[in-house]
Design a protein around this ligand. Structure first.
Ligand SMILES: *Cc1c(COP(=O)(O)O)cnc(C)c1O
Length: 365
């Protein structure tokens, strides 16, 4: 059996340190905004090269609080990608704004910068790229558009902790970055968790106030806020894993490059690397006209696979009526042909070879 991710194997390798840290946190009983949250925030900011990092309750909340802190509100438009997890667009709607979907680059699966300017209107306030599957979006091009038009740049880094775009970590280039620590993310905790990054002291302060009931001083509330704090126990786990994240991401890249070299010439389209950044392969996603047959054969061989994502957001039931006239051909085609293979840092060469052998058998038939 080969799973999409091996969370159990990873836990067993770091069990002593995790268990000891959790027990210490239980003994200390500082469960809300305790010392591990503060330490993790400092360590994450240092790792990512941002001045501030603020722990929150989930990646969805990180996006929501980032947009709220930036003052995005009803009547505003936010340009984003249709090929992402629903949370990206949900967060835009939470603040009352409207997602404007711009089609993707067929090679990177990320928002196509060449199409952004045509989507800008007087209501546009921000551009929200997603670094999908750990592949950095084309930040240099997006930054140039944002500064030309006076738009905020907010990054969805839920799948890209440690990915680099032109020499800088994703989440350190926009006004704000939003990260998720959902367990299966490339930096994941053992429950829900998230992080907002920024180098603006004002925005950092605003996110801190919003995550804690709109309060800077206890029982004094300046705005309507939320209960959205990173949990102390999750922060313990994240500190242990952050120390190993470079090694984990290297492991993912090693697995991905082995997949790509073994699959070369087989007819499936393997992931693209533009050489401008560092892809951390949160997912290894390929394109094939034989997706269903490949997934069926993998399943019969005890190998997991998944489709991220089968329906672009403008075609989801929740948005279908609002975007009825919108056609985004690249996102639609990619959604119809994409599939993701198992990838995790501990995956062995023999496991990769086993997956590839099944795929080659199907595409050759
Ligand atoms: C996982 C994910 C989110 C949401 O994160 P949660 O922690 O699950 O709330 C947002 N955007 C993208 C692209 C994601 O993959």
């Amino acid at each position: 059996m080969i799973p999409m991710v091996d969370l159990k194997g990873q836990y067993l390798a770091i069990k002593e340190e995790i268990d000891r840290g959790i027990l210490e946190a239980l003994e200390k009983t500082q469960f809300i905004l305790g010392p591990n949250v503060t330490a993790f925030e400092e360590e994450a900011a240092a790792f990512l090269g941002t001045r501030y990092a603020v722990g929150v309750a989930s990646g969805t909340d990180a996006l929501h609080l980032a947009l709220a802190a930036a003052g995005i509100t009803a009547g505003d438009e936010v340009i984003t990608t249709p090929f992402t997890f629903i949370a990206t667009a949900e967060a835009i709607r939470y603040v009352g704004a409207t997602p404007v979907f711009v089609d993707i680059d067929p090679r990177t699966f990320n928002i196509d910068p060449a199409l952004i300017e045509a989507a800008i209107t007087p209501k546009t306030r921000a551009v929200l790229p997603v670094h999908l599957f750990g592949q950095p979006a084309d930040m240099a091009a997006i930054e140039a558009i944002c500064s030309k038009h006076g738009l905020l740049l907010i990054e969805d880094c839920a799948q890209s902790f440690g990915a680099e775009a032109a020499g800088r970590m994703t989440g350190s280039r926009g006004a704000l970055g939003a990260f998720s620590f959902f367990p299966s993310k490339n930096l994941g905790c053992y429950g829900d968790g998230g992080l907002v990054t920024t180098s603006s002291p004002e925005l950092a302060e605003q996110v801190k106030v919003l995550r804690n009931h709109g309060s800077k001083v206890r029982y004094h509330h300046s705005v309507i806020g939320f209960n959205s704090r990173l949990d102390e126990v999750q922060a313990v786990i994240l500190r242990v894993k952050l120390k190993r994240l470079r090694e984990y991401n290297e492991g993912r890249r090693r697995v991905a490059h082995l997949y790509s070299s073994l699959l070369a010439g087989s007819g499936v389209v393997t992931p693209f690397e533009d050489g401008k950044g560092v892809h951390v392969y949160h997912q290894y996603t390929l394109l094939s006209d034989h997706r269903e047959a490949i997934m069926k054969a993998l399943g019969e061989a005890g190998i997991a696979s998944a489709v991220y994502y089968p329906i672009p957001l403008h075609r989801q039931d929740v948005f279908a009526a609002d975007y009825a006239g919108v056609t985004l051909p690249v996102a639609e085609e990619v959604a119809a042909r994409c599939m993701s293979l198992p990838i995790f840092p501990e995956m062995t060469a023999a496991q990769v070879e086993e997956v590839v052998a099944v795929i080659k058998r199907v595409v050759a038939a």
